[in-house]
Write a protein that binds this ligand. Structure first.
Ligand SMILES: Nc1nc2c(c(=O)[nH]1)N[C@H]1C(S)=C(S)[C@@H](COP(=O)(O)O)O[C@H]1N2
Ligand SMILES: [Mo]
Length: 164
């Protein structure tokens, strides 16, 4: 699968952006989360706050949904913006280098207090790996998170196969 090393923010924003690893690293220290294991013991690496990217892009008041696109494996999740606006982060760096694919890099969306898989709109499945585009929209966007237990189990099996 092709994994893009940059992330695009577009849709209902004043200035669509495309940010590289260096661009993310240069975001002001107040917006960086150094060592995400402080948010979740199972995660490692450094992140930037979603709010930093939203501020840079200038989110329009019409934006109600945030859609996370991973074109590498055609995975998409669309969630209400208000619910994740302040808490979500994008993990992009591990030991000073771009986050490796096996950790969901180069960029991985992460909501610190996610619900168990498909128990709510914002669940663990919305922690999209290989995110290359964040789209803001007035209506819910593309979402192909598995809705059924069996489909979900198959997805997890595929992911286990991809890792390592
Ligand atoms: N790009 C992409 N992101 C994804 C998935 C996927 O298949 N592709 N699976 C989701 C699901 S269903 C879950 S539960 C979590 C699992 O994350 P983990 O493998 O880091 O535990 O990643 C989510 N992010
Ligand atoms: Mo999941």
């Amino acid at each position: 699968m092709t994994i893009y090393a940059s992330i695009t923010i577009d849709g209902e924003v004043d200035h669509p952006l495309k940010l590289s690893f260096d661009d993310l690293s240069r975001i002001e220290p107040a917006q960086q989360v150094i060592d995400v294991s402080r948010l979740d013991a199972k995660r490692s690496g450094d992140a930037v706050r979603l709010t930093a990217l939203l501020q840079m892009a200038g989110v329009k008041p019409t934006a109600q949904y945030l859609t996370l696109h991973a074109s590498a494996d055609d995975f998409h999740a669309s969630i209400p913006l208000a619910a994740v606006r302040d808490a979500a982060v994008l993990i992009y760096r591990l030991n000073g280098l771009p986050l490796p694919a096996k950790s969901g890099g180069p960029v991985r969306f992460f909501i610190p207090d996610f619900a168990a898989c498909h128990t709510a709109e914002i669940d663990e499945c919305a922690n999209v790996k290989f995110v290359d585009r964040i789209e803001l929209s007035a209506q819910r966007g593309r979402d192909n998170r598995p809705s059924e237990e069996e489909e979900h189990a198959r997805l997890h099996q595929r992911q286990a196969g991809q890792a390592g």
